[in-house]
Design a binder for this molecule. Structure first.
Ligand SMILES: [Zn+2]
Length: 124
């Protein structure tokens, strides 16, 4: 059990009932962990990372009472996602395949059709 003479470092809303709870620092080999004492719910000495992180970031510290060292097991701060670099996925307008030049196409058609016409005429 924590000693009663641990100084109150700050207050935080109780996770269970919302009442202001005292925030204190554990003793001995757990002295980097924080715990809370709610007047209604009692002492919460859970040392889990999420519990400690909540206390560490949510406590209203008394003047000069914030510990110099954070609890040792705080989860890595979730840095904001790096912005996706623009481009890469950008839709580039596809270049239209160039039509064969009209004149050349017509000329080609004429060369193909003319013999046919001759054949047909000759046959008739
Ligand atoms: Zn409570």
């Amino acid at each position: 059990m924590p000693r009663a003479n641990n100084p109150t470092l700050g207050t935080i809303a109780c996770e269970t009932c919302g009442k202001p709870s005292d925030v204190k620092k554990a003793n001995g080999n757990r002295n980097r962990y924080l715990y809370t004492i709610c007047p209604k719910c009692g002492t919460d000495q859970r040392a889990g990372a999420m519990v400690q992180a909540r206390i560490w970031s949510g406590t209203e510290w008394r003047e000069g009472m914030k510990p110099e060292t954070a609890p040792p097991n705080l989860p890595e701060p979730t840095s904001a996602e790096p912005a996706q670099p623009e481009g890469g996925k950008g839709q580039e307008p596809k270049p239209k395949p160039k039509e064969p030049s009209g004149a050349g196409g017509l000329l080609m058609a004429a060369f193909l059709v003319a013999p046919l016409l001759l054949i047909l005429k000759g046959g008739a």
